[in-house]
Design a protein around this ligand. Structure first.
Ligand SMILES: NC(=O)C1=CN([C@@H]2O[C@H](COP(=O)(O)OP(=O)(O)OC[C@H]3O[C@@H](n4cnc5c(N)ncnc54)[C@H](O)[C@@H]3O)[C@@H](O)[C@H]2O)C=CC1
Length: 398
């Protein structure tokens, strides 16, 4: 496949691609299955780069395509996303020479499910666009390789159960792992090679270089079950590069609203820690909801911190119980106790909670630019290892 160094996708090509993706959308699962079948037929050895079960992988490809097509008219966003994707693919041992074959298989799979709407113009548009996208991914991966390893090996240094199904796992990477509070990363465990799952880092960067993760085991969740029930100090895992744009500016003057649901607390806890570290003047109102009491496993630490500093207020809520005068689902609670109109809001928890809270905040008058959360599939696919959410306006890292 022809490779194109252009760092943008032509306007006309974008129209052809959008139209074609709408045509194949009802058969999207077949397109991705066919794509991988072609890829492994042509280069069987590439099968070893992927996990034994391909369902999550197929969804990730689809989400990535949807995200790319959604950003076709926004060159900086597209560039940023593709760069991140290129860097992230280093952890799968993907190298530049794989990209041409991937492009050929993708175009062949699209052609097969496009029926009579497929023609030379559509093929040329996909080929050029893929060449440009691959060029950006390869460039970002090469650049990253100058300073970073493809992944970070790390040792588990502590493991404790915060509840029957929740573990707080702390690891020490062998070499420094650069990240910002609020970001997430993908983890690979020794029990499930090639199966990477996203978790947010639950602490701010610290001089010891330790990273903590909050993991809830979900039914049939391979990685989460291994991390909660099998992992112990001394075990070794791998981490992909840090990703995500949900970071907080500790110098801004306006208040911060955090809405956490269950283990979605992790990135918000890291952000609060970072604000504490820099001695912020920002007022932080943290709503923390869970469906069951065990989901409030992080409450004690937060309350302790809120007693020490004047800028943090923590308001827990349980779905069916009144706690400190508050009860109900966390998005309703936020709606009722209302944020300040000039705040920056950070949301993290189950996808439905994030979307619901965002809707509530919009209704209360916050702009889109004031509301921050990870991509609605991306980080949350973390624990949704089996039921992958429907790809609405979504991306999945990897
Ligand atoms: N472990 C991690 O690093 C991270 C985890 N997450 C995600 O956070 C979620 C945590 O789940 P659990 O601990 O089981 O939380 P949970 O089931 O205890 O729910 C937490 C809160 O979300 C609200 N909620 C749940 N479903 C809702 C819905 N359909 N509409 C509106 N609100 C809803 C509940 O009212 C509750 O207040 C998982 O989806 C996980 O993938 C997100 C970011 C990081």
């Amino acid at each position: 496949m022809e490779s194109n160094d252009a760092d943008h996708i032509r306007h006309n090509d974008a129209d052809f691609i959008r139209h074609n993706l709408a045509v194949v959308a009802p058969r999207a699962a077949d397109v991705t299955s066919h794509f991988y079948a072609l890829l492994f037929l042509r280069r069987p050895e590439l099968r070893d780069l992927f996990p034994p079960a391909m369902d999550v992988q197929r969804d990730r490809l689809l989400h990535a395509l949807i995200r790319i097509v959604g950003d076709l008219d926004d060159a900086p966003a597209l560039h940023g996303y593709l760069g991140q994707l290129g860097r992230d693919h280093r952890k799968f041992d993907v190298i530049a020479e794989h990209y041409d074959l991937v492009g050929e298989c993708l175009v062949a799979a699209l052609a097969r499910y496009s029926g009579e709407t497929w023609n030379d113009a559509v093929q040329a548009a996909w080929t050029r666009a893929y060449g440009a996208a691959a060029g950006i991914m390869i460039g970002a991966a090469d650049e990253d390789a100058r300073t970073n390893p493809p992944h970070w090996a790390a040792e588990i240094v502590s493991h404790h159960k915060a509840a029957d199904d929740i573990a707080v796992v702390t690891v020490r990477p062998d070499v420094p792992f650069p990240y910002r509070a609020g970001q997430y990363t993908f983890l690979e465990t020794p029990w499930w090679p090639r199966v990477w799952r996203a978790y947010s880092i639950a602490n701010a960067p610290n001089p010891q270089g330790l990273l903590t993760f909050h993991v809830r085991s979900v039914p049939a969740g391979w990685v989460s079950n291994a991390l909660v029930h099998k992992a112990k100090p001394g075990d070794r895992i791998k981490l992909g590069a840090a990703m995500g744009e949900m970071v907080v500016d500790h110098l801004a003057p306006n208040p911060v609203l955090c809405v956490a649901g269950g283990t979605g607390l992790a990135p918000l806890k890291a952000m609060v820690e970072e604000l504490a570290y820099y001695g912020t003047d920002r007022f932080v109102d943290l709503f923390y909801g869970a469906s069951a009491h065990s989901g409030l496993y992080g409450l004690e630490d937060l309350l302790r911190l809120s007693q020490k500093v004047s800028w943090l207020r923590v308001r827990p809520a349980l779905d069916d119980l009144t706690l400190a005068g508050i009860s109900g689902g966390i998005s309703e609670v936020v709606g009722e106790y209302g944020p300040r109109f000039d705040c920056d809001a950070y949301l993290s928890g189950p996808p439905a909670m994030v979307l619901d809270s965002a809707r509530v905040l919009r209704r209360l008058g916050l702009n889109r630019s004031q509301i921050h959360h990870d991509p609605v599939v991306g980080a949350y696919a973390a624990e949704a290892e089996v039921e992958t959410p429907t790809p609405v306006a979504a991306e999945a890292p990897g």
